[in-house]
Design a protein. Structure first.
Length: 178
């Protein structure tokens, strides 16, 4: 039985890490995105500018100013799904706050043997494995401190990061394929 951390402690991990917070995003979309007004604006072709005054963005700026890195790799289908295109559009706010977001084609991730699981890795010492149901609804985060799993996550991070490209370069690749 999976044991989830208390939701109210989730943000603590993003304040307490010492060097790096790194995420792998593998889903084709997230129900929490689809439920928001920003997503509806995106579907209508309207601006999806992000309010960079939120606590999330403030924390990114604080952590980066302290010399820490917050990074993520997002897997994208060869024809990005609506949810993936939304993530490409809204990544601008996180990048402006200091996060380094890169993208990797799903086919490349498959060739590299990357897992189809979302997780945050903190300082290569602990991780939060994010659980979702079949409708992309977030179920909770499981704390992972098992050394073998952490080593595997570090290997996943290294492989994904090596092959992923910055958002602006990836957008050019997407446009070239359409």
């Amino acid at each position: 039985m999976v044991q989830f951390i208390a939701d109210e402690t989730f943000g603590d991990y993003f304040r307490e890490f010492r060097h790096t917070a790194w995420r792998l995003e593998t889903r084709r979309g997230y129900a929490s995105d689809r439920a928001g007004e920003k997503y509806r604006r995106f579907l209508r072709g309207e601006s999806v500018e992000t309010d960079t005054g939120t606590p999330w963005y403030a924390n990114i700026r604080t952590q980066v100013a302290e010399g820490k890195r917050i990074e993520r790799v997002r897997l994208m289908d060869d024809v990005p799904t609506e949810g993936q295109r939304f993530l490409l559009a809204t990544a601008v706010g996180s990048i402006a706050a200091g996060e380094d977001i890169r993208n990797l084609w799903r086919a490349d991730a498959d060739r590299l043997g990357l897992p189809a699981e979302d997780f945050w890795l903190f300082d290569s010492r602990r991780a939060l494995r994010l659980h979702f149901d079949d409708r992309d609804e977030y179920l909770g985060a499981e704390l992972v401190e098992d050394p073998a799993t952490l080593v595997r996550y570090c290997q996943v991070r290294d492989a994904a990061w090596h092959h992923a490209v910055r958002r602006d370069v990836f957008v050019e690749q997407v446009l070239a394929r359409t």
